[in-house]
Ligand binder design. Sequence first.
Ligand SMILES: C[S@@+](CC[C@H](N)C(=O)[O-])C[C@H]1O[C@@H](n2cnc3c(N)ncnc32)[C@H](O)[C@@H]1O
Length: 621
Amino acid sequence: MQKKRKFEESTKASKSSKVPKTPKRKTVFFPEGSHDEVIDIEVTELLSKTSISDTNGHVSDVNNAPEDAAVHRSPDAKYEKPAELHQEVELEIIQLSSTGDGLAYNTTRDHIFIIPFAIPGDRVLAKPWQWKGNHTYCDYIKTIRPSPERGGATPQCKYFTKCSGCQFQMLPYESQLEHKKGIVQRAFKHFSGLKDEQVPEVKPTMGSPLQYGYRTKLSPHFDGPKGWGNKKQAQWNGVPEIGYNMKGTRKVMDIESCPIGTDILQEGLRTERERVAKTLQSFKQGATILLRESTERAYRDVDERSPRFDTSNIPSTVTLASNPNDLTLESKESESSQSGTPSIIYTYPTHIDRKTYTSDEKAEATEYITTMTTPADPAKNSPATTKTYRFTNTAGSFFQNNNSILGPFTSYVYNQCIPPPKPQPQSSSLDDEQKHERSKIKYLLDAYSGSGLFTLTLSSLFTSSLGIDIDARSIEAARRNAQRNNISNAGFIDADASALFAEVPYPAAETVVVVDPPRKGCDREFLKQLRRFGAGRVIYVSCNVHSQARDVGILVNGFRKSEDNRYSGNLADAVDEGWEEDGLYNYEIESLRGFDFFPQTGHVEGVCVLNRVDKERKASD
Ligand SMILES: C[S@@+](CC[C@H](N)C(=O)[O-])C[C@H]1O[C@@H](n2cnc3c(N)ncnc32)[C@H](O)[C@@H]1O
């Protein structure tokens, strides 16, 4: 299939000397933060520069480019093909894009090559395969001269540079975190339409405690037999490749192990591959295999040291007097049940976990999350206070995939719910007004709540909490999770997120709204309703910092009409369709931070904390 793709690209490009059409921009531009939008903007920005700084702040003179080498093109400029497709070229990588690809200039520095698996300072051999106006996608062939920034990092996956996932394995972990901070910065620069002074310094990315072996869900897949779309029954010709797509293609490559998956999912991958091979004739077409980890926990009786895996008797909310990250593994051993399903037992000082997995999307899967509610205070000799929550949901429904970071992450969000004390003159201690301010927030609205991750882990801070999600199965799970964790002040609605504001039972100024939408971000109706309601504080969580930046731009400045209605990659260019109303609240950003939910990949989870701007203040601004 890869050959077919390349053949099509090559014939298209050589038969016609016409430049591939860039899609026409609609008058109304509501970017989704897609891969193409991000590349488009970053390529245009790079082409307008003569010197660049990588995300680590190192400024490099672009291949000694003369000052006038920068090419400032109008959006209508015609582009020429920079190199023959499928002919190898040597390229010098000068920047890492927010999509995780290496970027390189052509010799005349008016075109950008996009090469995966390469970082600034690398000299690589690459093969162009798709020309798109001012940029060309290339396959990575090999590194000719490695960048010093690789710092000896050794990729742990044998499929690295072939499989489409985990392209950062050649980057030391600290550099991955630094790069992800840069992704957040650039997302807000390009997609929010905000002025520099409206965006605070992005805080350092919080790393994942596990950098491999962290993913609690894997979904390898395989294609059907040749001709399975035809009426005639297609026959399998041997066991198909079962795994993930090869980089830049739709061809599945065979993957026997995936080192970012948890230990039990590695076992599960082996078991499920064998199962598919044995039962192949029962598959009429290709399929995706779900592998979802599940945990049974038994707390150790410290005196007897006799744990029991009787899940119905497990206390679901337990207060441990230590930081969850301090819990050290005492031992780990694999087991196999009579049915041949593997399990792994992990023994800790306070509890024992048995990890299993399910491949049935309707089955239940459980994870435990320990949230730190008060940090340790060495001055007062007081230990940290933590709470452990048990989350059970349907394996096929959404649940965060990196359990190792969920403790520190929910602890962070917990600590952001209540505004920090306002800066006071040195002489004054906490005054009445400040105390009032800190105690004002009493209610939580959790939009896009899933099975209640935030509604439940934050519930102890609030008089009452309300979660909403469009997935009825997640809402059922959320209600059961509230019961299991003995939480009685949290309710859930199964509906579209914008229904949340229809009859909000909470006073706006006393309410925090946590927003955690899917990759495409919030829809306009939701943002409008949130601004009309005017919650005192908003915590916007997202796995796509580009759509997050767009939405935060709307919360801060409103949905604005541009001066010339021309696309330049900024939200400010979106056209007002009569969507903006008088009297909507505006917000200002308090903090911005990335979390590494997806080590070794180019993805980052963003958390943006916002405060409502008082209407009187807005009027006087
Ligand atoms: C990124 S997940 C976050 C879930 C939850 N906050 C968590 O961390 O487990 C996004 C959630 O949005 C839900 N969703 C998608 N579109 C929605 C809509 N229009 N209204 C409400 N929920 C929606 C999905 O069902 C999914 O549970």
